[in-house]
Design a protein around this ligand. Sequence first.
Ligand SMILES: [Zn+2]
Length: 294
Amino acid sequence: MIPLKTFVSEHRAANLLAQARWRDGIYCPRCRAESVIRHGSYRVFQRYRCKNCDRTFNDQTGTVFGHSAVELRKWFLAVYRYIRFNTSLRQLDVELDVSYKTVYRRVQRFLRALDAPRPQLEGPVKIDELYVKAGLKGRKRDRPSRSRGLSTRGRGSYEQDKLPVFILADRGTGDRYVLPAKAADESTIRLLLANRKEESLTVYTDGFRAYEPLDEDDAFNREYVVHGDGEYVDGDAHVNTCESHGSLARSWLSPHRGVSKDKLTSYLRTFQLRRRVYRKPGEETLKTILETAL
Ligand SMILES: [Zn+2]
């Protein structure tokens, strides 16, 4: 159920903001002291005074929603629709009755604030990559366009405008991650698999050469699957998880045709967040979205 009441009441929106923001207690955004007292209000927002630095602030101060002439409830509707329904910004400006530029700036600010996923891998982990065509949208090209589409060595890189995106499916925790990278090479792969709970990690990969060094490393137990000839590890259905998750990520990106490569990370974090709230009720979804950015 869409949390409609929150989208029509600025008071409800302000309450939800306070709940999400101060979920671990109220503190001063300037000096981080926790000794704060209530100090009147600013518009619909509770105001506070810090007993340590004597400054005042309100529920909205210093958040991605601060300093806006547009009502908070409209920004809530914008981020809700954006995450839940992948609504384009061009559509949002019409529905919010706010200029495209205003929507664009605020949503980008929100996206920059989204937490980066931090995998804590338990394993076994299936790792796979896909390649997303992304250029420098609306900006000068960094190389002549004629080289686009020519087949080159390797599977793709940041420089070639074909960005590697790694998909990690951790069977231990049940979590999945979609992580863009500048290159699909050994050091990137090691970095992606670095945060693990146990010394040794079982990793399922395909036959891509960049995964081969894992064979020599005691920290990994690598098992690999050859694509295309139907050979899967012990008939384990799990190995298909990455591919289906990858195609979900691809279709998530498709309304944003020609994703700019410096924005790909934000789009994929949005996708990650969308997967987290996929089956949650509206009010809880909105709260989760806010907590991720506050
Ligand atoms: Zn303070």
